[in-house]
Ligand binder design. Structure first.
Ligand SMILES: [Zn+2]
Length: 322
């Protein structure tokens, strides 16, 4: 179960850039045209989890507004993680995968009659954390959901989901807010100065919630050092041993995620396909390690980090004979 803090509806007002998506979903619900399975996609740090919590608790709320009222019995129960018609599945503490047992128990929950005569809501977050067996166990419920059921699958990397799961959901992609509105929002949220907001915005790759975390966590300088080490390897301005030393102290997942972002940034700004081919190769390789690491396959940090440094510095064009 998700931390009750997140599910407290009064903490879950939709973020400004989510209003469009939330209103579309609410209007479908009012016309009784809400799909049974929704896939919420978009980059990490856009607030998909908050949107799922807000929409789910709003559906169960007795006041029936677009957003949850926060004070009715249903909102109180949902906020305490105790609402009988609402379940939230996420990886257990200290784990990265969602296993088949959690999904089987959620499927049984969905089949039981609603205790309040309204919707039964199941959120799976992030959906790509489901093991293959877990995803399989969910298919039948996705295909033929019982009664007034709603499944919300939150996904940061929907490409990792089995096609059988993706095709059974209606997809809503959360947009990035504009640069200027994000900078204004960051200043409102954190009272930071304009240069700090701009630095966090760029380091967070335009993802507002990631930028807030950077500003509040005071680890702006630390994230900057990590990205400089990785970018230094990529552009040849840093030697392998020097960059590897700079990676000490960071979690492997954080390093791989940052390396992926550095490579994706290069792909985004690249000009000409010779550069792209090498960077697409790098991106796929890093993604492979990242997924393996998140699925708990342990190659060992001592093996992966030198491999990563080699991957970033090597002239892949030459070695691929492109
Ligand atoms: Zn309410």
């Amino acid at each position: 179960m998700r931390s009750p803090e997140l599910l407290k509806p009064w903490l879950n007002s939709a973020l400004p850039w989510q209003h469009g998506t939330l209103e579309r979903l609410s209007s479908l619900e009012q016309q009784e045209k809400l799909p049974h399975a929704i896939l919420l996609t978009g980059a990490r740090g856009l607030g998909k989890t908050q949107l799922a919590a807000s929409f789910a608790t709003g559906l169960l709320c007795e006041a029936r507004g677009v957003e949850p009222c926060g004070s009715c019995a249903s909102c109180q129960l949902a906020g305490g993680g105790a609402h009988g018609d609402f379940r939230w599945i996420a990886p257990e503490e200290g784990k990265r995968a969602i296993g088949v047992d959690a999904i089987r128990s959620a499927v049984t929950f969905m089949q039981q009659t609603s205790g309040y005569g309204s919707h039964k809501v199941l959120v799976i977050e992030p959906a790509e954390a489901m093991t293959a067996a877990a995803a399989n166990a969910l298919l039948k419920t996705l295909e033929e959901p019982p009664g007034k059921a709603l499944l919300i699958l939150v996904s940061h990397r929907s490409g990792e989901l089995p096609a059988t799961v993706r095709s059974r959901c209606q997809r809503y992609n959360l947009p990035h807010p504009s640069r200027s509105s994000t900078l204004t929002w960051l200043a409102e949220q954190t009272s930071c100065s304009e240069p700090v907001a701009e630095r966090a915005y760029s380091l967070a790759q335009a993802q507002p919630l990631t930028a807030v975390q950077l500003i509040r966590g005071e680890d702006l300088a630390s994230k900057e050092a990590l990205i400089m080490a990785l970018d230094g390897l990529l552009d040849g301005s840093k030697a392998g041993p020097e960059a590897l030393a700079a990676l000490n102290g960071y979690d492997l997942d954080v390093i791989l995620e940052a390396a992926l972002q550095s490579v994706e940034r290069r792909i985004y700004i690249a000009d000409g396909d010779r550069v792209l081919k090498a960077d697409f190769y790098r991106r796929d390789k890093i993604l492979e390690w990242l997924i393996a690491n998140r699925k708990g396959i342990n190659f060992g940090r001592d093996v992966i980090l030198p491999e990563l440094a080699r991957l970033l510095v090597t002239d892949i064009q030459a070695s691929m004979n492109v």
